[in-house]
Ligand binder design. Structure first.
Ligand code: ATP
Ligand code: MG
Length: 908
């Protein structure tokens, strides 16, 4: 029996034998396609080739692509767990021809692999072709229909024609598309899940689970444009996709994808963790939970590895939804604590050979998942209760619908994504009022928008990017001053290309060329001035819209007009920005040296004031590690190594191994910044190479110094470092040195001894605080309890109790209270209490009035015994106190007091 691993490599080897080049899967988070949240098919990474925007590197390629179908046109989330063959994450085995072979070979090879190499009985296979569509003037794919019977032994009655829904493939609402030909397998009448549906007859594409699609051969011939036209492409392409999980189930003779070696390790581990058994039944609540969890964990591992992080919008929210669903299904298996993260190593273990990246980032992924699980777990159980109440209400309602208000409360207060509420509702045959839910969401959004500060230059947003002229801005890399011509500006009325402008409202000036850097890649936009002989415009920020650089700011003098020649001068801040930017690259390199390759940039800020670097980092770096990082950066700065940058095609940059930022959109032409090499040709020898469009110093020496001033966690598995360079660092150090001087004077110790002195002060402070606390209520009750015991064991002479004893360390106030209490309780008493605290002895004496009448006075007694403890004292007849320096003698003093009292009382 073939393992999934063997099937995957068998597929690739088969196509290698047909002259295909293996290309790795693209990341599941598309790097440069904003039209797509997640990769949903193998062809995504070749989209530009199909559109004729980029030349193919090889005419024939093959791979196994990581796909996620949870959003947009392809969304299989609802199917997961309920059937045996739809997953959110799956691997799509694919082969492509870029204007090389076409339908005949694609059909022949697919058949050969399935029936000859993998040995699937031909009589289990059926194929489909496109029947054409009149509305779109698309003809029937006769060519494919004829080829099937020509190049394979399949009989004509097994070649069926279907419409657009099944046999016209599109990646999304726009983009490359074309007719397709699908291969389906008949799993046998037993597998039908609609046996009990009246009138159901199994056939290809009937929707039951007897016939499932294995492989889709797409013949890309058109581009679906934004204005909904199908425009024929210049060349013809083959794009095929077969689900590895489905093929594995067939070849491993399993009834369900979940029973294959691609899922069973996860299911087994889940069983171990939860103590529940998996029985592979459809329709079973417990089994369904197993399947959903196994599916969702795979998706989470791959998506988080490729840079998605759970959040409240876009990709991040999709990931959060998947995680929360999985968490909820965990409750079905009685899991109330985070557990999904424990399944991460299982996934990375058996899929890490094919996708090394998941192994490399396993720790990060676990950290992220655990922390999300924990935070959702805090509200989940409570949310489920609220849901149950809402469901009860809904059951009683006429239309059996959970109200939009309830769904919104579950979302807003308990973090339940709408689809989770819908899923839970469906489990009880209830609906959810999603219209009202969305209404409430919109109201909330409006409130939030109203509360947020209005962008002062929001006029910019009204301008359509297409109308703005392109600015030549390469000068930013080599100068901070240039002559240029004003070609237009944006003011509150829109984009202007005629006349002149004056006044002090904010505008955005566009030049034919500029040396200003427009905000991008974490580096702030430049400030500076645009000036002529008689006029001046202060640039407060520079941003990019489309290909146009907008200098935003105010005219402070005179007026400007279209066609006018001006001088653009970037502020001196630019130097500080350059230093911080190069230092950021050094920092990333040094962190990877010290903490390993799992450190990857998540975001950054590069301004004139400081630099901020956010990166994945499974554990908090230790102080020692941070010191090492600083040291490495400083060593490079001291070595004054050169910095070199060059523009090149993206593929070349990737081959150079330049580090790119996850999720960053890069064009076909990119800049690579390398540190440690003098010439562009030797960029491969640079020790740090990054995709970067920012501005940098020429030599490291000019950075002038580097110091990390803060390191903190900003979210699960993501750490933030703030660091300083150049003159800002000098100012910082000077201030720090002033503070040290001041402290040193204040504490009267040299600066080297400051730490020790402060440590000592802290210790003393702690001790004092403790002492104060022991004077508080707990200490008080202790003292009282001890005193009461003394009363119980006291001697009596006549009616008078002689209460004498030493208390554990306490305060004078407590002891005084104890004396009073004892006097009251005993009615007639002579009380002598002593205690030691911090090397000092204290004695308190109290006498009831009847004794005073007999001449026994506390004040006299104290005077008699105080010298024993090397001290003195005094007081009133009722109450007196002594303090001394010899606590060891407290007992002697007490004994003496007892003697004196007894003597007095017996002689009177
Ligand atoms: P289906 O009709 O079964 O949902 P599809 O038409 O959406 O499949 P394609 O977009 O043609 O599938 O994808 C190509 C191949 O990828 C399919 O033939 C199938 O083997 C596999 N595949 C598609 N969707 C999934 C999924 N959600 N889970 C697992 N494999 C899938
Ligand atoms: Mg589908």
């Amino acid at each position: 029996m073939l393992t999934a691993k063997q099937i995957r490599s068998g597929f690739i080897d088969f196509f290698k034998s047909k002259d295909h080049q293996f290309v790795p899967s693209s990341p599941i988070v598309p790097i440069d396609d904003q039209t797509l949240l997640f990769a949903n098919a193998g062809m995504n990474q070749f989209k530009d080739i199909f559109l004729g925007l980029a030349p193919p590197e090889y005419p024939r390629v093959a791979n196994s692509q990581k796909c996620l179908r949870v959003s947009g046109k392809h969304n299989d989330l609802e199917e997961v767990g309920k059937d045996t063959y739809h997953h959110t994450f799956f691997e799509m085995l694919g082969n492509w021809s870029f204007d090389d072979y076409f339908k005949a070979e694609a059909i022949e090879w697919a058949w050969e692999l399935l029936t000859k190499v993998w040995g699937i009985e031909p009589n289990r296979l059926w194929v489909t072709v496109f029947e054409g569509n009149q509305a779109d003037s698309l003809p029937k794919d006769d060519e494919a229909a004829q080829l099937w019977t020509k190049v394979t032994p399949i009989s004509a009655d097994r070649v069926l024609a279907f419409g657009k829904k099944d046999n016209f493939w599109e990646m999304g609402n726009t983009g490359p598309c074309g007719p397709c030909s699908e291969i389906h397998i008949d799993l046998g009448p037993d597998m039908c899940d609609r046996k009990n549906t009246p009138g159901h007859k199994c056939h290809v594409n009937c929707g039951c689970s007897r016939f499932i699609e294995l492989w889709n051969l797409v013949f890309i011939q058109y581009n679906h444009t934004n204005d909904h036209k199908l425009v024929p492409l210049g060349a013809k392409y083959v794009d095929t996709g077969a689900g590895l999980e489905r093929v594995a189930a067939v070849l491993q003779k399993k009834k369900s994808n979940y029973d294959t070696d691609l899922f069973m390790p996860i299911i087994d581990s889940t069983s171990e963790l939860t103590g529940h058994k998996y029985t592979s039944k459809l329709g079973s609540k417990t089994d369904n939970a197993f399947r959903v969890i196994a599916d969702h964990v795979r998706s989470l591992v791959f998506a988080i590895t490729d840079g998605a992080t759970p959040s409240n919008e876009g990709r991040g929210y999709v990931i959060r939804r998947i995680l929360r669903r999985a968490s909820r299904f965990g409750r079905e298996l009685d899991m109330h604590e985070p557990f999904l993260y424990k399944l991460v190593p299982v996934v990375t273990d058996f899929l890490g050979d094919a996708f090394g990246e998941i192994r490399a980032r396993a720790d990060h992924v676990s950290t992220v998942i655990e922390s999300e699980e924990a935070s959702f777990g805090r509200t989940l159980d409570r949310g489920i209760k609220i849901f149950n109440t809402a469901a009860k209400r809904a059951k009683k309602s006429k239309d059996k619908t959970i109200s939009g208000e309830d769904a919104f409360q579950l979302y807003d207060t308990y973090g339940f994504p709408l689809d989770l509420t819908e899923l839970m509702a469906e489990e009880r045959s209830l609906k959810v009022d999603t219209t009202k839910f969305h209404e409430l969401m919109e109201q909330q959004r409006k409130r939030a928008r109203a509360a947020s500060v209005k962008d002062s230059l929001s006029v910019m947003d009204k301008v359509s990017v297409e109308v703005l002229p392109k600015t030549q801005d390469l000068h930013k890399y080599n100068t901070d001053q240039c002559e240029a011509t004003i070609v237009g500006w944006i003011d509150e009325k829109g984009f202007k290309t005629a006349g002149s402008v004056e006044g002090d409202s904010e505008i955005g000036i566009i030049l034919d060329k500029t040396c200003f850097y427009a905000e991008a890649g974490g580096q702030v936009g430049d400030c500076g001035v645009i000036k002529s002989d008689k006029a001046q415009f202060v640039v407060e920020n520079t941003t990019k819209m489309g290909n146009s650089v907008i200098h935003r700011g105010k005219i402070t003098q005179g007026s400007f007009s279209i066609g006018q020649k001006i001088k653009a001068v970037v502020s001196k801040d630019r130097n500080a920005i350059k230093k911080n930017h190069t230092a950021t690259h050094l920092l990333q390199w040094a962190m990877q040296q010290v903490l390993g390759k799992s450190v990857a940039q998540q975001g950054s800020y590069v301004g004139p004031d400081y630099l901020r670097f956010d990166s994945t980092c499974p554990k908090a770096p230790t102080t020692d590690q941070l010191k090492k990082v600083e040291l490495l950066v400083r060593e490079k700065i001291t070595a004054d190594l050169p910095v070199t940058s060059a523009a090149m095609p993206k593929e070349k940059a990737q081959k150079l191994g330049a580090m790119a930022l996850f999720g960053e959109k890069y064009g076909n032409e990119v800049r690579v910044v390398g540190i440690g090499t003098e010439s562009e040709d030797q960029l491969d020898q640079a020790f740090s190479r990054e995709f970067c469009g920012g501005t940098h110093v020429d030599r490291l020496g000019s950075i002038g110094g580097f110091k990390i001033i803060k390191e903190e966690s900003i979210s699960a598995g993501v750490r933030r470092i703030i660091a300083l360079t150049g003159s800002v660092l000098n100012a910082h150090l000077e201030k720090a040195s002033d503070i040290v001087d001041e402290l040193s004077t204040m504490l009267k110790v040299p600066s080297e001894a400051l730490a020790e002195r402060i440590e000592q002060l802290i210790k003393e402070n702690k001790k004092l605080a403790k002492k104060l606390k022991s004077g508080g209520s707990a200490g008080a009750s202790d003292t009282m309890a001890q005193a009461k015991q003394l009363l119980e064991s006291s001697e009596k002479i006549g009616q008078t109790s002689i209460i004498i004893g030493q208390l554990p360390a306490t305060s004078v106030e407590q002891t005084r209270e104890a004396v009073d209490m004892l006097k009251k309780k005993a009615k007639s008493a002579a009380v002598v209490l002593g205690f030691e605290d911090d090397g000092k002895a204290t004695l308190l004496i109290g006498c009831t009035d009847d004794l005073i009448g007999k001449g026994l006075k506390a004040g006299d007694l104290v005077k008699a015994i105080a010298p024993i403890i090397d001290g003195g004292g005094g007081g009133r007849p009722q109450m007196a106190q002594a303090g001394g320096n010899n606590p060891e003698k407290i007992n002697d003093a007490l004994t003496k007091a007892a003697e004196l009292i007894k003597e007095h009382l017996t002689t009177v």
